[in-house]
Design a protein. Structure first.
Length: 155
């Protein structure tokens, strides 16, 4: 029975991170932390890393802390599973956002499902705006229905 609770904790943390990431992106990255996020919206910036990559630490710290707290003498307590869920979301983010969408590593170029096309469209529309105002589509894995329409080009 305990393993069911642990798996549920992991799944809840993973799903919660979609809402946390959306909120952070809309209200923090496109808000008072825009100076750090701004270089992510500039097409030609020098180097492989961006100041925006610092947000990785913001999301990683709670996961590390929860995993540390949840690992007591070899026992994997509930905080461990929440931390693992956050970590798995972070790994998903690297694969989907950095590798699939932005092609930082040239993999997954030919993914041809409607979902992946909608995901790319939503992200492209988000990046249409190089200022913090008037952006749309702040989510990551949940893609609103309008982006599945190939003719949708933003508001």
């Amino acid at each position: 029975m305990n393993w069911i609770i642990n798996i549920l904790a992991l799944l809840i943390a993973y799903i919660f991170m979609e809402f946390a990431a959306w909120s952070m992106h809309k209200y923090v990255m496109h808000g008072f932390m825009w100076k750090i996020h701004k270089d992510h919206h500039i097409k030609d910036h020098p180097g492989k890393l961006e100041r925006n990559d610092l947000f990785f630490i913001v999301f990683a710290l709670p996961a590390i802390l929860l995993i540390y707290i949840g690992y007591e003498g070899g026992a994997l307590n509930l905080p461990f599973w929440f931390g693992l869920g956050i970590s798995l979301y972070g790994i998903s983010y690297v694969f989907v956002h950095d590798i699939f969408i932005h092609q930082r590593i040239k993999l997954f170029r030919n993914a041809d499902s409607a979902y992946f096309k909608a995901m790319r469209r939503a992200h492209k529309i988000h990046h249409k705006h190089i200022q913090k105002e008037n952006s749309e589509s702040f989510g990551f894995l949940w893609v609103p229905k309008k982006y599945f329409n190939p003719s949708y080009s933003g508001k």
